[in-house]
Design a protein around this ligand. Structure first.
Ligand SMILES: [Zn+2]
Length: 564
């Protein structure tokens, strides 16, 4: 009976709407320079939104027809309206934590580094660890890695685990080594190195898997700490126009599951202001498989079904895995990650994960690391047949010339972080030489070969601000100011190409290109209004462009103070 009444009511409602013509929009943005990222209609003046979706894109007059008495109308004043940015590779809770941690990245000397750590130690509650930092010794006069002795006397009993900005190296103090039971007698683990002094004592610098014994004794984040970090990160993302992000596991699936719990809670409370896709560790692929989760499972706000794996380390830590040795570390070709010990273990789990319908996102930076993962992907296609899998390689930093074609043929997505190019570009050539550097962050070569790009930041490794990523891709001007015309300028992208990679490219990488990534009728109304037109200003100024308004599903999640 109730159902029949419901149906009758619905029929009455529909007839009312029909009688009045089409329903009115909830939101109209007029007098904008709309860049849609939709090939069929690249530009427009206005957009109308009903509920959480776009119902019209066109001229001011076209969209005016959607105006009703309760429609909110925003006059954009001729400013640029884009689809919201989708960051294809983040470590979001780490990033949220970083917003509140000791800042060491711009410390320009070991003395300044020490001073900031001393200050922080004073306010760190007894028994708590000091973490974060994102230090970068390449910004110091002698570019020497720091040691535990540098910070021991200012940190005392407070255990310290300070990450290098690339996340592949940590500096720990003596208190931390003691808690972890790491001594001169501790051997280097597979996939990791511990720097030692002449007597064999640890210097406090731990690379890749050598960080694990210490990381293991750090108490996990409490639910409350995680929640706070997520909320802080969400506010930051909204202020930067990031309306979607893709969370990449850092090697511990339990961490990612705990994050999923927190984001689920925020969704329930209706305070989730960005859309999230989760990629837990490939090592735990069976967790998702056994409950039947497949690629891109979930709602528009919260999805999972991807897996993150690691092939190798990083260039900064000289652990990215190359065919040929590093120039500044003779005999060293880098390291395969602990997940690749042996490589066949990774291949096996990838085959099983693919059979379960899960998406593979694999961190691979060195040319041989990338090549091995392409071999595995090729094996999957050979054994399981062709399908729409959207394999990803995260970073895809240093390509072997022979692998571009293979990358394209296998339909692998290059999930890249343009900011890393202008950062590592300061010193990469010294480490790997001109020839290999010419295929480093080779965005143009990827496009020429028909490879799809997805842009992201790797936040907290790099800043979350998409303007810096667009600036980096378009100018390739290294952060040290030494390449104003661009580092390997032939790899520069146009603004349109960079925006595409940051919107529809990232959406494609998470199987959501039918749902978002362009301002198209029927898609989710995720939009960002910018202070300046990045298509016409001097590209150097793109990094200073600000976000004025951010909308997710038609809801305003950020409005700049100047407009309030
Ligand atoms: Zn990452």
């Amino acid at each position: 009976m109730r159902q029949i009444l419901g149906t009758v009511l619905l029929a009455v409602l529909v007839s009312v709407c029909v009688a009045q013509g089409k329903p009115a929009a909830d939101l109209i943005i007029t007098h904008a320079k709309v860049w849609t990222v939709e090939q069929a209609q690249p530009t427009a003046e206005a957009v109308a939104v009903l509920g959480e979706r776009i119902v019209a894109v066109g001229s001011n007059a076209d969209v005016e027809a959607w105006r009703g008495p309760r429609t909110r109308v925003i006059d954009a004043g001729g400013r640029l309206l884009l689809p919201g940015f989708n960051d294809a590779h983040v470590h979001f809770v780490d990033g949220g934590r970083q917003l509140d941690a000791v800042q060491l990245n711009d410390a320009s000397s070991p003395e300044e580094f020490k001073r900031r750590i001393a200050q922080r130690a004073k306010i760190t509650p007894k028994g708590e660890w000091m973490e974060g930092g994102d230090w970068d010794e390449t910004k110091w006069p002698d570019s020497q890695m720091p040691t535990r002795q540098l910070i021991d006397d200012v940190t005392g009993d407070t255990p310290v685990f300070l990450s290098r900005y690339d996340g592949h190296v940590a500096l720990v103090n003596s208190a931390a080594l003691k808690l972890a039971g790491v001594t001169a007698a501790t051997p280097d683990p597979p996939g990791g190195t511990m720097l030692r002094d002449a007597q064999g004592n640890p210097t406090g610098i731990l690379k890749d898997a050598a960080m694990n014994p210490v990381a293991k004794v750090i108490p996990p984040l409490t639910h409350e700490q995680r929640r706070k970090a997520a909320l802080r990160g969400l506010a930051h993302a909204a202020s930067l126009g990031v309306t979607s992000f893709q969370e990449m596991d850092n090697g511990d699936a339990a961490e990612t599951y705990a994050d999923i719990g927190v984001f689920g809670e925020l969704l329930e409370e209706n305070v989730l202001t960005a859309r999230v896709y989760f990629a837990p560790s490939v090592v735990s692929w069976d967790d998702e498989a056994k409950v039947g989760v497949r690629r891109a499972f979930g709602s528009s706000y919260l999805r999972l079904g991807a897996l993150k794996g690691f092939a190798d380390g990083s260039l900064g830590a000289t652990t990215a895995y190359f065919f040929d040795p590093y120039l500044d570390a003779p005999g060293n070709r880098g390291l395969l990650s602990d997940q690749m010990q042996p490589p066949s273990a990774m291949r096996d789990r990838m085959l099983k994960a693919d059979a379960a319908g899960l998406q593979l996102c694999t961190h691979a930076i060195g040319d041989q690391g990338i090549s091995i993962i392409l071999d595995f992907y090729a094996d999957i296609v050979k054994q399981h047949g062709r399908a729409d899998r959207r394999f990803r390689i995260e970073h895809a930093q240093h390509m072997a010339a022979k692998d571009f074609d293979r990358f394209a043929q296998l339909g692998v997505i290059a999930s890249v972080q343009p900011y890393h190019a202008i950062d590592d570009g300061r010193w990469a050539e010294k480490r790997i030489g001109h020839d290999r550097a010419s295929r480093t962050y080779a965005f143009r070569t990827f496009l020429n070969h028909g490879v799809r790009l997805a842009f992201g930041t790797d936040w907290e490794v790099a800043p979350l601000n998409p303007m810096l990523g667009l600036y980096a891709a378009v100018t390739r001007a290294t952060l040290d100011g030494k390449n104003p015309q661009g580092w390997f300028p032939e790899q520069k992208l146009t603004v349109a190409e960079a925006v595409e990679a940051y919107t529809i490219g990232s959406a494609y990488a998470e199987f959501q290109d039918e749902e978002k990534g362009s301002l198209t009728v029927g898609k989710l109304a995720d939009m960002v209004l910018l202070s300046d037109d990045i298509f016409t200003i001097d590209p150097v100024k793109i990094r200073d462009v600000k976000v004025l308004r951010t909308f997710v599903g038609g809801k305003a999640v950020y409005t700049a103070e100047s407009l309030q």
